[in-house]
Design a protein around this ligand. Structure first.
Ligand SMILES: [Mg+2]
Length: 209
């Protein structure tokens, strides 16, 4: 049986709901209020850290000696239930997908649990892998992917990865996984399938993958 590895944010719900905007705001607050970084410099630093380290957290750990647990706790302290509602179509689609299902997020497990609970699908996944899985090395670096394959004791060819960020799927493809992009296909050869939204995944799974 295949293992489907699902990204969380902007994959299981649409980007247009702007959940990340809430977290984004908390990250800015953390950098300004807790670390004393002047507000005009926050965005510049974040863009730099994204480019070099993949996520803001790693830059803050290296340059500001930030405790990652403190950071994750603070930035994911957002209320989601007024934005995310139970999604029966997504639930049915996941129920019909005969495979192992896990979550792989660059956020925290607590955030993943909040999102899954708000969407009414918190019992659909066997395991949640968060940014801690490879000592805070995020997607698309290969380390967390390799760690997940090791923990699940499966090979890349036995997995299908679903994500809204093409670069995250490039690494998956390099490790032999099938890839499904949630969003618009932009011609990358490492993307096997492209879906407008996750709730129609049942329509291509099964026979094709
Ligand atoms: Mg995502």
């Amino acid at each position: 049986m295949k293992t489907f590895i699902f990204d969380l944010d902007n994959t299981l719900y649409p980007e247009s709901l702007n959940v990340f905007g809430l977290i984004d705001h908390r990250i800015n607050r953390y950098m300004h209020e807790k670390l004393g970084i002047p507000e005009p410099e926050v965005d510049v630093l974040r863009r730099l850290y994204w480019k070099i380290y993949g996520v803001t957290l790693n830059g803050l750990m290296i340059h500001y000696n930030v405790d990652p647990e403190d950071f994750l706790e603070f930035v994911h302290d957002v209320k989601l239930h007024h934005i995310l509602k139970p999604n029966q179509r997504l639930r049915t689609s996941l129920e019909n997908l005969e495979c192992h299902k896990v979550i792989f997020t660059n956020g925290s497990t607590r955030h993943a649990e909040n999102v899954l609970s708000a969407l009414g699908i918190d019992d659909m996944f066997e395991q949640i892998f968060d940014v801690r899985v490879a000592y805070f090395k995020p997607k698309p670096f290969p380390e967390p992917y390799l760690k997940i394959l090791e923990i699940l004791n499966v090979h890349g060819k036995d997995c299908v990865m679903i994500d809204d960020i093409p670069e995250n799927l490039r690494t998956a493809k390099n490790l032999g996984m099938k890839t499904i992009l949630i969003g618009t296909h932009n011609g990358h050869d490492f993307i096997d399938y492209c879906l407008e939204k996750a709730c129609i995944i049942g329509e291509i799974a099964g026979s094709e993958i």
